[in-house]
Design a protein around this ligand. Structure first.
Ligand SMILES: *Cc1c(COP(=O)(O)O)cnc(C)c1O
Length: 378
């Protein structure tokens, strides 16, 4: 196994978050293969969904990715330092006050309304050249992007768009993870209509991770997956075709015998009915292990599953390891809270949320280890 990074953000005594860069690259390659001739970009906003953009983005670049999407200008500037030659697009748009830094760091603003259209045109005049930009057209998400009214004005006065170098028209699916939802096809059609009304045809990008799996029609010129790259499930209720990327190994602080009739943790929500052995481990809700997984989450040693019992507290949680081989559960040892057995998607289901939230919540107290090859170690 190739360990590519020194321990960061935690000591040898901390719980460990292992990020499998080989799996990230593999996920990228399999999405790119599925896309055929369409280009596969990568959404690496929110620190690559909590996995660490400084390591994950270069791995994606190595796998062939050349276009990256982040949310904010600050994320884009940080990414530019790591990837000098990549295309970096800023989804949150072209906000007042960013007119200098955007061209300075060679960033691509995703233009979200007509005011931003004017702003980028003024910037082009000031720069004396056509600055790159993307045009976000809203087709039903009603979050960002030019509204149908604004698109009417563009259609009436096509010169409104002259000046910038429009790399892509983009739009975003509201229900891509629900393939049966007719809104997907409706958005695809609205996007095509709006693009047809532009004076010059622009290359187009619609699909996020889930969108790629809706079929060829959705691929267009560029896809922008995020979640699937990090092992996320693309369709609700179906197992993920992607490889898991994160593995959370919790450090065991103590193993104690709890007698029948006693209870565990805050509120005494879990009462032991038979004498039990309980491992107290160093992961809590302050580390992004959601408190609503109290009494619901699962831990693994090898292939053996153990329940998370009692309330998850800030720095710790408890696992009933009564049935474990005693030689495998000891203070200083590890027990797996997320990984191939109990995935980010499983945790999301048990927590009543989505894997995106599980990933982006991952805390900063872990020792983060980035591996390049499959690890046989447990
Ligand atoms: C976050 C985001 C993506 C990536 O979405 P995933 O569901 O993570 O694949 C793509 N496009 C836009 C506009 C986004 O905000």
């Amino acid at each position: 196994m190739l360990d590519t990074s020194p321990a960061a953000g935690g000591s040898d005594a901390a719980s460990e978050l292992v990020v499998d860069l080989r799996a990230v690259k593999q996920n990228y390659l399999s999405l790119q293969q599925r896309l055929g001739k369409s280009e596969c970009a990568a959404a690496v906003k929110a620190d690559a969904y909590g996995t660490g953009a400084d390591k994950v983005a270069p791995a994606l670049f190595e796998a062939g990715c050349r276009t990256f999407f982040v949310a904010t200008v600050d994320e884009a500037i940080a990414l530019r330092k790591i990837l000098p030659s990549a295309r970096i697009a800023v989804l949150n748009g072209l906000l007042p006050g960013t007119e200098q830094v955007i061209p300075e760091h060679d960033l691509i603003p995703v233009i979200n309304d007509l005011e931003q259209v004017s702003r980028i045109r003024e910037m082009c005049v000031a720069a004396g050249r056509a600055l790159p930009a993307m045009l976000h057209i809203d087709t039903g998400m009603n979050r960002l992007g030019l509204s149908p009214d604004e698109m009417d004005r563009v259609a009436e006065d096509p010169d409104l768009l002259t000046g910038p170098d429009w790399l892509y028209a983009i739009s975003h699916l509201a229900s891509g993870d629900d393939p049966g939802n007719p809104e997907n096809a409706a958005q695809l059609a609205r996007f095509a209509d709006q693009r047809r009304r532009l004076k010059r045809p622009l290359r187009a990008s619609l699909a996020n991770s889930a969108g790629i799996f809706l079929g060829l029609d959705y691929h267009l010129d560029l896809a922008r997956p995020g979640f699937a790259l990090y092992g996320g499930r693309v369709e609700d209720g179906k197992p993920s075709p992607m490889e898991p990327v994160v593995r959370l190994r919790a450090r065991i602080l103590q193993v104690r015998t709890v007698l029948a009739g006693d209870s565990i943790g805050y509120g005494g929500t879990y009462k032991v009915t038979k004498d039990a052995r309980i491992a107290t481990v160093a992961v809590g809700y302050a580390d992004g292990y959601l408190r609503c997984l109290s009494g619901k989450g699962a831990a693994y040693i090898g292939d053996q599953r153990f329940p998370v019992v009692g309330r998850v507290s800030m720095d710790m949680l408890a696992v009933d390891v009564s049935h474990a081989d005693p030689t495998e559960v000891y203070p200083g040892g590890y027990i797996e809270l997320l990984g191939a057995h109990y995935t980010v998607n499983d945790a999301a289901d048990d927590a009543g949320t989505i894997g995106y939230e599980i990933l982006t919540a991952l805390g900063h107290r872990y020792t983060r280890r980035y591996i390049e090859a499959a690890s046989g170690e447990s």
